[in-house]
Write a protein that binds this ligand. Structure first.
Ligand code: IFM
Length: 447
């Protein structure tokens, strides 16, 4: 047995996102988002599920905050729904939307829980999509306007901000793979969108600094780790390329002000390029205060001509999988954190998402999710290892507080520490919830 310990100032939390939990999709003046539209297109989301009701968290502020309080977390990462604030994406402000988040944030603070707020977690107002969405540079300015309003409104209450969650998913899943809203399949569109998201991020960080808002700001990319199957140069190169798709493509512009050449060339060979206008890279290359990292999975891979976009195939070497079929590779977490440290330095890092899907329902009122506890222990062990190796880690948030709407998987995938019955909306704390609450009290656990 060994004991894994964490510093007493470490921030432990849980994460959620507005569209995935709130419901109340047409209440109090909320406008439509691209997910309201996408989820209604037959065949796009498993079982035709949508976020109309979700976990009904919009109406259950007290119940959900009581769950957070008993869990003992000192941080809650949530997102604000852009279409609740600007139903048309820009212009007229919806006061009821602002009031909702004021009530929510005030109650978090009364309960000693620090908000960590994501400004954009994928619910673009449909009105902006109708004008071209993230492919249209005007959306960047609308995003800055929206962020600016939030900064003024919540100044002094929300001190930790993340501009954009997982720009890789928004751009490449939404515009190249087509699995997420708006569901396009075009590499050039994905590159344009990725660039505009980075610009929206950079311009927002710049605005935040100019306003002198107290607090810290960054973004939350998703990363993964590709371990080469052998030391053959082509395997190493293939893994570098595909890793760069997740990491360097988004990190290099922010930290270095340029795109990684290895992928610029790769995309050029496929007829796609980044459309950079004068001054863009300077806007993107703003110093950030914090970096959010989302990590779930890694894999062993090797070169295979014609395989996927990057001539790279995954090899099953017997790792376990979660129910969503993500390969469990905790060591990859350590490796990617070290890689980020080596390439980008020591910006303070919050793990903004990490967690596992296991689709269990309660039996006699209890959810014995031992596999989730095992996953969390394995990944927290790697975090502790990274801390001991000098990675500037400040906090860790589990995805997710509760089971919720898992995008194109609908309600079929459960990531929560709390089980949600989607018929009754009853919340049931899982064994992992009780396990995490002990860690939140003690700052250590046994392995
Ligand atoms: O549910 C998502 C979340 O919205 C973004 N990151 C990954 C999670 C699990 O797939």
């Amino acid at each position: 047995m060994s004991i894994i310990t964490f510093p007493k100032d470490f921030r432990f939390g849980v994460s959620t996102a507005a569209y995935q939990i709130e419901g109340a999709y047409n209440e109090d003046g909320r406008g439509m988002s691209i997910w309201d539209t996408f989820s209604r297109i037959p065949g796009k989301v498993r079982n035709g599920d949508n976020g109309d009701i979700a976990c009904d968290s919009y109406h259950r502020i007290d119940e959900d905050i009581a769950l957070l309080k008993e869990l003992g977390v000192n941080t809650y990462r949530f997102s604000i729904a852009w279409p609740r604030i600007f139903p048309n994406g820009r212009g007229e402000v919806n006061q009821k939307g602002l009031d909702h988040y004021h009530t929510f944030v005030d109650k978090l603070l009364e309960n000693g829980i620090e908000p960590l707020c994501t400004i954009y977690h994928w619910d673009l107002p449909q009105a902006l999509q109708d004008e071209g969405g993230w492919k249209n540079r005007q959306t960047i300015e609308a995003f800055v306007e929206y962020s600016d309003l939030l900064f003024h409104e919540f100044s002094g209450k929300i001190k930790s901000w993340l501009t954009i969650n997982e720009p890789w998913c928004v751009s490449f899943l939404g515009y190249f793979v087509g699995e997420q809203a708006p569901g396009e399949k075009n590499l050039q569109s994905a590159l344009d969108v990725a660039h505009h998201l980075l610009l929206a991020h950079g311009k927002t960080v710049k605005r935040f600094k100019e306003l002198g808002i107290p607090g810290e700001i960054g973004f939350a990319p998703n990363v993964t780790w590709y371990e080469p199957f052998s030391d053959r140069p082509e395997d190493i190169e293939a893994c570098k390329r595909i890793s760069a798709w997740f990491t360097e493509w988004f990190f290099d512009p922010v930290f270095k002000g340029s795109y990684p050449q290895i992928l610029v060339d790769w995309f050029a060979a496929k007829g796609a390029k980044v459309n950079i206008e004068e001054g863009d890279m300077e806007f993107i290359n703003q110093p950030i205060d914090i970096l959010g990292i989302n990590y779930y999975t890694g894999t062993v891979s090797r070169y295979k001509e014609g395989q996927g976009t990057f001539d790279c195939e995954h090899i099953d070497i017997g790792f376990d999988h979660t129910d969503i079929d993500f390969t469990i590779y905790p060591e990859g977490f350590y490796k990617v954190l070290m890689d980020i440290k080596n390439k980008y330095g020591d910006v303070p890092i919050y793990i903004t998402e990490n967690g596992a899907t296991y689709n269990q329902d309660p039996i006699d009122g209890r959810v014995r999710d031992d596999k989730r506890i095992k996953y969390l222990k394995q990944h927290l062990t790697q975090i502790s290892r990274a801390l001991n190796s000098g990675v500037n880690l400040k906090g860790y948030c589990i995805w997710s507080l509760m089971d919720n709407y898992e995008w194109s998987y609908g309600y079929s995938m459960r990531f929560g520490l709390v089980h949600v019955d989607y018929q009754t909306l009853k919340r049931t704390k899982k064994d992992s919830y009780y396990w995490y609450s002990k860690l939140n009290q003690n700052y250590w656990f046994e392995v």
